[in-house]
Design a protein around this ligand. Sequence first.
Ligand SMILES: Cc1cc2nc3c(=O)[nH]c(=O)nc-3n(C[C@H](O)[C@H](O)[C@H](O)COP(=O)(O)OP(=O)(O)OC[C@H]3O[C@@H](n4cnc5c(N)ncnc54)[C@H](O)[C@@H]3O)c2cc1C
Length: 387
Amino acid sequence: MTEIAAGVVRAFLDSEHLAWASEVGRFVGDRLRQRPHPDSDEAGRIEARRLLTLMGDADLFRPIAEWDLRACCLAREAVAAASPLADAVWALQGLGVTPVLASGSEMLKERYARKAISGEYMSGFAMTEEEAGSDVASMGTRASRDGDDYVLSGEKWFISNAGIADYYVVFASTDPERGSRGISAFVVPADTAGLSFAGAQVMSAPHPLGKLAFDGCRVPADHLLGEEGSGFKIGMATLDFLRPTVGAAACGMAARAIDEALAHATTRRQFGKALSEFQLIQARLGRMALDLAASRLLVYQAAWTKDSGADRITMEAAMAKAHATESAQTIIDDAVQILGGRGVMADHHVELLYRSIRALRIYEGTTEIQHLIIGGRMIADFVDGAT
Ligand SMILES: Cc1cc2nc3c(=O)[nH]c(=O)nc-3n(C[C@H](O)[C@H](O)[C@H](O)COP(=O)(O)OP(=O)(O)OC[C@H]3O[C@@H](n4cnc5c(N)ncnc54)[C@H](O)[C@@H]3O)c2cc1C
């Protein structure tokens, strides 16, 4: 971890970040690295709750409350290298806490966000639906005001922590006529009557995922985040803030894959030589390192821009997420290739990384959506400049 912090991204970090990187690195080495990875969805759900407590006790979610995006990235980079499941747990604390801290009342911050930061509560972020994925504004879940409550009806799917979270930030339309401007966001405790876990969706890598059903689910009006109709904006601002951390997680996984590939290439002998003596292997390792360095620069540049006071980092965040997750996929695949047959064995960490990295190119906005965000902004700036 110290090496990660001291590498190409050092220019974006201050001395507190370097100290934090060492602290997280020690925690990961002592507490995460040796934990066995769950081999079933059920075991993964139990382990996810344990990891939440472990990371909460180590104060690993603190940078979310402090809006310190570089520290968030450093935490995810280190955690993801050791345990993709622990990284998923960290990611969801970010997604469930950020909108509450940004737009919630003091009561909501106290009752939910602070408990999630300490690791007492597990949070979830329920936006996606079967018919509303990339096009989230087309969501069918409805919320209608009834006295002092809102009544939610609909179904969410692909929801991380579904069935094990203590509360969810739920997005629903309060005014379908207004499209994205009619979407509102609510904090919904998991034990609310009318909210049920509608089944697990089992992923290829450990990651608790599933469906939530809202059937006349009554939520007090004071659990609305921000104004009615501001939910889409709240959701997009949350994703803007956290997308660099997805890139950081991808960097952590890629860095671990490179470490594993290097260790293997320098010890495995074929044709009378260590693999690392073959130039094809050297060039492959060089390209992997170069891609990782470029990803880290984009990730920490985006985080630094936000920490330096930028209101939104839509473009930087999209670039960081798209590049880091795509290149991590290639780097990890290259590591598998260098490891040969060992790279596809179920007990090898690189095989776990190979399965785990895939979802990062999809969740929190697919790579194509990030490219559209970047292209859309470029065109708008060009047109503005021309007029
Ligand atoms: C592991 C995992 C965890 C997740 N956790 C959560 C969670 O906690 N909460 C939550 O709300 N959601 C969550 N999601 C959902 C995730 O955000 C969606 O899967 C993602 O937004 C894509 O939606 P989709 O799967 O419906 O794909 P689709 O939107 O159907 O897209 C399918 C393909 O079409 C492409 N595409 C779509 N529109 C365009 C376009 N305009 N131009 C070009 N290409 C396009 C996409 O890039 C993609 O390649 C999770 C998903 C995964 C895999």
